[in-house]
Write a protein that binds this ligand. Structure first.
Ligand code: BES
Ligand code: MN
Ligand code: MN
Length: 460
């Protein structure tokens, strides 16, 4: 029977420790895409992947781009069968604050069931599970039950420019598929997998406020000019209403697609423990946009946050100085149908409009990503969900997520097939944080569920 995977599951069981060792080697390559100093390491991670894909029996290549390379691989030996396109990213976030790591971030450390390292869950561990499932099948049977393609990028954490261009130019020719499978998110809760059908977009801005041509004595000159940091705080304070949590940029909400009634109902049905959430985050109370639950706020309502603010005297003790300049990094997470470019221009106009006279304000758009909600129904989706249910013990619940994966909206519009975001992580994996981890059992179950998925898709 085509949907029997006992052979492959047995092989995965005997080889899984080796897969884990390979994953560790992959993780040891510090492929930080946002830091130009690591360009060679990003390249090395891409080449590592190409090597492992070839070893598995795929036709693989590195595609050089204006940014970091893409990795593409395929096995198309099952004519008439569906084609699955796997997406992942081999780049990782920077490691700071480095002093909070229990071990060096690129020396993967096993702590019980946890593999602790940068990239363990986001996204090396999760996407390597795709490859190992395919490798196990090819090793066991010499063939795959369906056709597979892999497109793995090296700059997702840096905004994903190159892949965007590549997928648009391809137009669904080489990349044509019956579904895209992405594992770069988390289960809803331990034992409860999730199918993520919506991701937020992003508009990332930087504000620079310049005042006097040099730092000034704050006594001699204080009172005479606008202090650029005071001006910056004035601007930042006007971005959001402190009572209602509403974003005050005119036109900001114009294109926001309201949450649908069924979504609000579904979200409300999922278990929610506010006290536990608060205490996990260490905050005395939650705060967000008036009229929405926390889950609605984080999954489906746009936000505006200062990510960093800098300038002036930041050393120890006191220094009486009136700084010459100050800056802030501000990100807005967007929801359908907001357009990051339009939001960037509304933001820029508003910042200039509320800036006091007497300082110079520069606003820069650092990068953006489109928000997305994907259609997820049909037999292919059901087969994938069946596979997840079988391995993880529960049928995935449908949720949205506050994170962004820039290429997802482009996949949906260009490839016109279901995009399945089936993550293997956990919400406490600490992606982008110190001591990021991936549960080793989740790595193995990820491999198993992909193997089952491919067998199930074959017998559709
Ligand atoms: N894997 C995350 C996105 C994510 C996080 C999806 C949690 C679902 C749940 C991804 O690697 C990421 O961090 N994306 C960046 C994109 C940005 C740099 C354009 C993000 O969301 O900040
Ligand atoms: Mn990721
Ligand atoms: Mn990430």
């Amino acid at each position: 029977m085509a949907s029997d995977s006992r052979d492959v599951l047995a092989r995965i069981d005997t080889e899984k420790e080796r897969y884990l060792e390979e994953l560790k080697d992959y993780i040891r390559i510090p492929s930080i895409s946002t830091d130009p100093d690591y360009k060679q390491e990003v390249l090395r991670a891409g080449d590592f992947l190409v090597g492992k894909m070839r070893e598995a029996g795929l036709q693989a290549e590195r595609i050089d781009t204006a940014g970091h390379p893409l990795v593409y691989a395929e096995w198309l030996g099952a004519p008439g069968k569906p084609t699955v396109l796997f997406y992942g990213h081999y780049d990782v976030q920077p490691v700071d604050p480095i002093e909070l790591w229990r071990n060096p971030p690129f020396e993967p450390t096993v702590e019980g069931d946890k593999l602790v390292a940068r990239g363990a869950t986001d996204d090396k561990g999760q996407s390597y599970a795709h490859l190992k499932a395919v490798a196990a099948m090819l090793a066991e049977r010499g063939s795959l039950p369906v056709n597979v393609k892999f497109l793995v990028e090296g700059e997702e954490e840096a905004g994903g420019q190159a892949i965007e261009e590549y997928v648009r130019q391809d137009g669904g020719r080489r990349l044509a598929a019956d579904c895209v499978v992405i594992s770069d998110s988390s289960l809803f809760a331990p034992g409860q997998p999730a199918l993520v059908y919506g991701l937020k977009g992003l508009c990332y801005m930087e504000i620079k406020v310049t005042g006097p041509n040099r730092d000034l004595h704050s006594g001699t000159f204080g009172g005479a000019v606008w202090n650029p940091l005071n001006a910056l705080c004035h601007i930042v304070d006007r971005l959001r209403d402190a009572e209602t949590g509403k974003i005050l940029i005119p036109g900001f909400y114009d294109d926001v697609r309201p949450l649908e009634a069924w979504e609000r109902e579904e979200f409300a049905k999922l278990p929610w423990d506010e006290a536990a959430y608060r205490s996990e985050l260490g905050v005395p109370r939650l705060f967000g946009e008036e009229g929405y639950t926390t889950r609605e706020r984080t999954w489906a309502r746009p936000t505006c946050d200062v990510n960093g603010i800098f300038g002036g005297y930041m050393g120890k003790g006191a220094k009486t100085v009136l700084p010459s300049w100050g800056g802030a990094k501000v990100s807005m997470r967007l929801v359908p149908d907001q357009d990051p470019k339009k939001i960037a221009s509304l933001f820029t106009d508003y910042v200039h409009a509320v800036a006091p006279e007497g300082v110079t304000v520069e606003v820069t758009n650092l990068h953006g990503a489109d928000p997305v909600v994907v259609e997820v129904k049909g037999p292919i989706v059901d087969a994938a969900l069946d596979a997840m249910e079988e391995i993880w013990g529960a049928r995935p619940v449908r949720i949205r997520e506050g994170g962004s994966i820039p290429i997802v909206s482009t996949f949906a519009s260009v490839l016109k097939c279901p995009v399945l975001l089936l993550g293997f992580g956990l919400n406490d994996d600490g992606l982008h944080s110190p001591n990021e981890k991936f549960n080793i059992s989740h790595f193995y179950n990820g491999i198993r569920s992909v193997a089952r998925m491919l067998d199930r898709l074959s017998s559709l």
